[in-house]
Design a protein around this ligand. Structure first.
Ligand code: ATP
Ligand code: MG
Length: 371
């Protein structure tokens, strides 16, 4: 439904006032054509003069009909509105022509207003998409930086590859700085991630391997323990790999980011009959109880992190949206000062074959120090 901007209202008021004053009209009203959310067409009064004294709807009051003229606001063969004006005495041809000129001006103003609003809406959607894409770049860039830093540590300073590895670290730091700058622009607004394909069956354990590898390295680099509880046999879930990777990366990124050195991050996968549960638990700073209801809102950051730990407040909102698009759910529970647990439920592709926690591995993830 089109909502007239204050500029359009101001133009319409000025035009009607001019017509009333110069032609001595009794009244003038501008109606706009609107479509309700239910798809019905209707005329909505935008501006009337004198204010509050609305002219009777155009299809009523036959008695006055000869004193009233109704001019449609036409633009590119569409009718955008109606200009209804009343005069005590009859209309001369010149007066009618003047009203038609005003109607043409108003039609043009309406069309430009609609176009402007459509463009603004498009722009907002594009900005949202860009914000989401930039957010998605963050985790892989951080992972490359961690890997490159480990490489620098392992290579002896006289190794010819040492300076190359340092170059990779330097450039990823640069990229992170650039992404940080982009995040600070006020362009980002709530909207959808639209690059989505239908979910397919994926082997969860195989899928998780590289993710665990990357995040375990990040956790160790920060002085955290990273523990996994994974079932011993294959788990098949309905998911879109790119979207699931993004959602889990955002959750693991939070677990590491909001847990001070010495803490633990645990990733546990538990298949049930029709679902598969993935839990990411940390022993970090937690989320204040009053902030929990807002935690999935775009740009929301809880009070205990704001200004202290870097972030844009987009990760969880994107994760929720992506998971819900593939039929999954996400919940978060937390105690300030103790830690946070994020629980994801995905649809199982087929009923698992009985391997649950009994057969599970309970082990620290691969430690880069020893591989
Ligand atoms: P980014 O967009 O870079 O991910 P962010 O981490 O601030 O920024 P979200 O991931 O959406 O944004 O998280 C929103 C807020 O929820 C965080 O700012 C933080 O206050 C809180 N939060 C999320 N996960 C945790 C966690 N594991 N421990 C403590 N607080 C958390
Ligand atoms: Mg985050």
């Amino acid at each position: 439904m089109f909502t007239a901007s204050p500029d359009l209202i101001a133009i319409a008021q000025a035009q009607l006032l001019l017509a009333v004053q110069t032609l001595g009209l009794l009244s003038a009203v501008l109606y706009l054509a609107q479509t309700t959310p239910e798809g019905k067409s209707q005329w909505v009064e935008l501006v009337s003069y004198p204010q509050g004294k609305a002219v009777l709807p155009p299809d009523r009051d036959a008695q006055l009909a000869k004193e009233r003229i109704i001019i449609p606001l036409v633009y590119e063969e569409g009718i955008l509105g109606l200009l209804v004006s009343e005069k005590e005495k009859g209309w001369t041809a010149t007066e009618q022509e003047q009203m038609e000129t005003i109607a043409r001006t108003l039609a043009l103003a309406c069309a430009l207003d609609q176009r402007c609003q459509w463009l603004l809406q498009q722009q907002k959607q594009e900005q949202d998409l860009l914000a989401n894409l930039l957010h998605q770049l963050k985790n892989p860039v951080t992972a490359i930086r961690t890997f490159a830093q480990l490489l620098v540590k392992r290579l002896l300073p006289n190794d010819p590859n040492h300076s190359l590895a340092k170059g990779i670290v330097r450039e990823t730091v640069h990229l992170q700085e650039l992404l940080g700058e982009v995040k600070q622009t006020p362009l980002l607004a709530p909207q959808a991630v639209s690059h989505f394909l239908p979910p397919a069956a994926i082997n969860l354990l195989e899928f998780l391997q590289p993710l665990v590898h990357a995040f375990a390295n990040r956790a160790y680099s920060k002085g955290l323990d990273f523990i996994t509880h994974l079932p011993a046999t294959e788990v098949s879930v309905k998911a879109h790999p790119t979207a699931l990777r993004e959602a889990l990366s955002n959750i693991l990124d939070n677990a590491i980011k909001y847990t001070p050195p010495g803490g633990t991050v645990t990733l546990a996968v538990t298949p049930t009959d029709h679902h598969c549960q993935i839990k990411v638990q940390d022993t970090g700073i937690g989320i204040p109880a009053q902030d929990l209801p807002h935690i999935f809102q775009r740009h929301f950051r809880s009070h205990n992190v704001d200004g202290q730990i870097e972030g844009s407040g987009l990760g969880l909102a994107i994760a929720k949206q992506l998971l819900e698009q593939m039929g999954g759910t996400i919940e978060i529970s937390s105690t300030e000062g103790e830690g946070t647990t994020v629980t994801i439920q995905l649809l199982a592709q087929a009923a698992p074959t009985g391997d649950k926690t009994d057969g599970s591995q309970n082990a620290p993830a691969t430690n880069p120090q020893y591989t």
